[in-house]
Design a protein around this ligand. Sequence first.
Ligand code: KG4
Ligand code: ZN
Length: 377
Amino acid sequence: MLILGIETSCDETAAAIVRDGTHVLSSVISSQRARFENTGGVIPEDAARQQVLCMLPVLNACLAEAKTTPEDIDAIAVTKGPGLLGSLLVGTTTSRTLATLWKKPLIGVHHTLGHLSSTWLAQDDVSQPRRGIARNAPTSGSDVASPFPILTLSASGGHTDLWLRTSHTKGRLLGSTRDDAAGEAFDKGAAQLGLPYPGGPSIAKAAETGDPHAYEFPRPLHDDPSLDFSFSGLKTSLRYLLRDQQFSIFNFQFSISNIAASYQHALCAHLIDRITRALHRHPEIKEIHLVGGVSANISLREMLQKSIHEQTSKPANLPVRQAGQQTALRWPSKLIYCTDNAAMIAAAGEFLVQEHGGKAYEQFETTASLPLAMAVS
Ligand code: KG4
Ligand code: ZN
């Protein structure tokens, strides 16, 4: 199918045209990031007003870039929630209007399902390798085709979830954050360090010249057997660290870079700790996917790659997995598919139709708060 995707859940206005859930013909994103750099976060009313101004130019650019006319499009997929209600309504109202005018079916997509679908985008783009490390050794015919079960860490500014997926839209939640989301921990940490919003890229940049082992942070939920996450303790530790540094007479080693690098390292180590535990408990996992804004973090990718490599080259650590067999590690093929975009919404729309047929076109409400209810199989 050729699907027009529309995403307006926060401060990005995005439209994309995607064929078969993988081939991106165009993906246009108008970001308000610069507008909120110094406000410490997004101002919802302001974001919604900008969505109204950007929606039609973004749509026109998207159709022109894909050299597509409305007649070519098979369906429209739009983010129905969760997100900022005012922003969401701009996308859903536009989509409903276009669906009526152009006589196209409309698919309401959960924002997180969009992120979960983002690792399928542009898979033919050989300049951006899809796989972090070696492929699973193919065994039988059906095994070669299916990458499932997949362990997916979906970490953004609004959620941090660990999923065990048996298909694109089926699976179960293994763990979730008990307080802040991982992206939120980056954003709040950056605000404390005086770095601009969004905090993820700011901290990553400041950390480039820093020592990740300069400061020690606690290991959240270390003795907790669940696969949940918690970030508020790290944020509080950062606050105390900054306060103590400020008043210490020995603060000649004080460096924002060192603190940023150590804080980033602690956040990533916590995410990786949960992934590793899940891998031990579920040896059937074939692939690990990182998605959501935080998956753009290069240190996270490198640390995870190293950790997986160490474990799979020591099979004793993972008794059921065979010696030499490596777990494929993937993240979106381009950085723009990690953060909010409409191509992932179009891909999710395609997978919903593939797996649920006509049910994918059912009526939906636009909702600010919406838990992702995956079909469990
Ligand atoms: O998925 P996303 O674009 O929007 C939400 O659905 O929330 O994620 C945005 C979040 C922000 O909190 C931002 O700080 C974080 O992703 N982020 C990063 C990086 N780029 C964006 N976090 C860590 N490292 C990055 N390079
Ligand atoms: Zn998102």
